[in-house]
Each structure stands twice: as structure tokens, then as C-alpha cells.
Design a protein around this ligand. Structure first.
Ligand SMILES: [Fe+2]
Length: 389
């Protein structure tokens, strides 16, 4: 249990310095304390009866002291209100847990593996989601080949997202190609749906049938490892890739079997940083990139940065490669890990992967809830929030 060993008001009476038994000290602002008073309702659930519209911006602290042997902070305000804060509750909000420790990787990584049946139990489910949050990807074996099997695995992430591609998308080589994935060509690593304001957050590729003639291996690249490399070795490129929003588009004038006519456009940086300056999302698909619409001088510098990024994701050193077998599935964070494939011989209809996607917040919500419900803690650690436009 966290306890308070000392409190002190500053001369402005706008801050209370609170010192904890386990070490550390934090300055609590008067308006923050009044807004977060437990009598105003629960901020997490949103059941609030207090509004900041009721706050006097010049409110002052009259008194702040530890009570109940440090288990409680009692605060009196200049408007006459008195608040009681549980010390552990206060500590959790003012001194947040360390972020989830991410594991970054290159071609030789031993990515986590799971058995489908195990993921249907809470322990296995949590282990799978935790691995994907940490590594960005995992391989799941023995997934039933049926549509229900794919959906059951996708439900480990959350509700399947329905898009203009439909609910599930069959990636098979077709004689009449309308999207690149239906060809037999190699595909460079990319994130899906960069042209959407909110690209899919979590994806799964379920192998129903492999190419009988070899080839068609899946490649994964850890975008966070690429970003860390650029940050370290090409700081000017990193600055541009994280600060300049560039266009991604998808345009199709007519509807086809599994796709609507669309004109989707989104601008976003290729690498997204969060408010702490940590890399939290990747968005990149060269085939969905629109014509750059930057100032001429910036255009030249931006192309140089883009060349650095593109060379690295095409570099075999960064590409984890695995030829999926029927019943295997890749589950990955689509706003961190880029996926691609090697080319394969034409044998239309034989290589068959089933794709479906889930929103990122669904995936992270399930992870937090399972960690909390199973008493594992760490459910409030920072997770990478992705790359939204
Ligand atoms: Fe893709």
C-alpha cells in the first residue's frame, strides 16, 4: 500500500507537495485536486456529477494533510469544500506506471507462437495479446480452416471491422486483378489501409492453402525497430518522417465483388510520436502514397528521408520471413508491423489467405481488461496508440 509521509503547501497556495513512503514526491495542483475529488463521481466510468465549469480558476488550498496513518490525503479549499483522497488511488494517477516494455526485432527474431486452442482460455488469451502488444506480432497454429475459425481467432482481438473490402477478405491470385494482393507478385512491406483516417489496428492473416509450388512467404518488418534505427543513424530523416504529414489515397471508380467504389484520402506522418516523444505508430504503403504536396524545398528533403525509410524496410536484415502453412495465422499490430510477401508461381486459386481486421482500441481494451481481471497488474501501462491522421 502506498502512504503519504509529508504534505506541504507552496506560498501561492495553488500546489500541495505530497511525498510518498516509497520515495518520490509530486506537486498537486489545486484545480486538479478539486476536479478529481471523489465526491464528484468516477472519472474512469464517466459517471460524473462535477463539471470544471463550476471551478473558480482562482481557487486556493487552505490545508492539505495526511490522515489515517498516511492512507488518506485530506484537502480543504478556499470555497469551503473538503476532499478525501485515497493515497494509493492518488499515487496511481499522479505517478503513472512505466510503459509496457516493447521488444523490437529484425530478421532472425523468434516471434512468439501460440496454439489456437490455448487462446480460447483466459490465460492463453492474455498471453497472446500481451505478446502482440510487446512484439507487435505472433504466429498462431492449428486454427480451424473454416470462416468460423478465422472469426473465432479475430475475436481474440475484438469485434471484426467491416470495411469496403467486406468483413473478411480472401487473398487469392485471380486472373482479373483489381487489388495488388490478388496478383502473384512480391509485395514490399507495408501497413494496410494508410488511406483511412483510422487504419486497421490489429490484423490477422489466416492461411487456408499455401502455394503448392513454393514462394508466397509472408514477410514482417518491425516498424519500431526501423524507426529506432533511423532515429539513431539518420536524425534529420527521423525529424521529417515524424513531423511532415504526407498523402495516402485509394481511388476506385467502380464497384467490384469485394470492394466498393471509393475515394479515400488521409494525410499523416509515416512515423508517429506520442506526447512523450516515443514512437507509437507507423503508416506506410508505397502503393497507396499520393503525389507529395509539399513546398519544393521540403519535397527534396522529404524524398531523401523517404528513401532512407524505404531502403530499410526492403532490407532483408529487417525482414522476418515465414511461409505460412494451412491452419497457421499471423496476428499483428498493423500500426507498428509492416507485412509483405515474396512472389509465387501462378496457380490461380491455390494460395489462399483470409484477412480480417479489428480496431486498435478493441485489442488494447481486451488486453487491459484481461490483465486486470486475472490480477496480473500492469493494466494501466502506456501502450503505443498507433498512427491516426
Ligand atoms: Fe496488405
Amino acid at each position: 500500500m502506498t502512504a503519504i509521509i509529508n504534505t506541504e503547501l507552496d506560498s501561492s497556495r495553488r500546489f500541495a507537495q505530497v511525498t510518498w513512503t516509497g520515495g518520490g514526491s509530486v506537486a498537486c495542483n489545486v484545480l486538479w485536486l478539486r476536479d478529481n475529488c471523489p465526491s464528484g463521481g468516477d472519472k474512469r466510468s464517466g459517471f460524473r456529477t462535477f463539471s470544471v465549469g463550476e471551478l473558480d480558476p482562482n481557487l486556493e488550498l487552505e490545508r492539505a494533510e495526511a490522515t489515517d496513518a498516511g492512507a488518506c490525503l485530506e484537502v480543504s479549499f478556499s470555497d469551503g469544500h473538503v476532499s478525501h483522497f485515497d493515497a494509493t488511488w492518488l499515487h496511481a494517477r499522479l505517478q503513472p506506471a512505466a510503459p509496457l516494455q516493447l521488444r523490437t526485432w529484425r530478421s532472425s527474431a523468434a516471434l512468439p507462437r501460440h496454439q489456437f486452442e490455448d487462446t480460447l482460455q483466459d490465460e492463453g488469451h492474455l498471453s497472446l495479446l500481451h505478446d502482440i502488444a510487446q512484439w507487435g506480432a505472433a504466429v498462431v497454429s492449428d486454427v480451424p480452416l473454416t470462416v468460423d475459425g478465422t472469426e473465432a481467432l479475430a475475436a481474440r482481438f475484438g469485434h471484426v471491422r467491416e470495411t469496403d473490402f467486406g468483413r473478411l477478405f480472401d487473398i487469392m491470385s485471380e486472373p482479373d486483378v483489381w487489388t495488388m494482393s490478388q496478383s502473384t507478385n512480391a509485395m514490399d512491406p507495408h501497413t494496410d489501409d494508410p488511406f483511412r483516417y483510422n487504419p486497421s489496428g490489429a490484423s490477422l492473416l489466416h492461411c487456408i492453402d499455401a502455394s503448392p509450388t513454393g514462394g508466397g512467404a509472408s514477410t514482417l518488418v518491425d516498424g519500431f525497430e526501423v524507426a529506432a534505427t533511423i532515429r539513431r543513424e539518420h536524425p534529420q530523416a527521423f525529424e521529417l518522417l515524424t513531423s511532415v504529414s504526407v498523402p495516402f489515397i485509394r481511388y476506385r471508380s467502380d464497384s467490384v465483388d469485394q470492394g466498393d467504389a471509393v475515394n479515400m484520402q488521409a494525410h499523416a506522418p509515416v512515423i508517429r510520436l506520442d506526447r512523450d516523444g516515443d514512437v507509437c505508430g507507423i503508416r506506410f504503403h508505397e502503393r497507396s502514397m499520393g503525389s507529395l504536396d509539399l513546398d519544393p524545398d521540403l519535397t527534396d528533403r522529404y524524398y531523401r528521408a523517404l528513401i532512407v525509410f524505404t531502403k530499410l524496410i526492403r532490407d532483408r536484415e529487417f525482414q522476418w520471413t515465414h511461409r505460412l502453412q494451412p491452419g497457421e495465422a499471423l496476428m499483428f499490430d498493423n500500426q507498428r508491423v509492416l507485412h509483405g510477401r515474396t512472389g509465387f508461381d501462378g496457380d490461380p486459386g491455390r494460395r489462399h489467405l483470409r484477412l480480417c481486421t479489428v480496431d486498435r482500441d478493441q485489442f488494447h481494451s481486451k488486453l487491459r481488461r484481461l490483465a486486470e481481471d486475472l490480477g496480473r497488474g500492469g493494466h494501466d501501462r502506456k501502450l503505443p496508440a498507433g498512427n491516426l491522421s
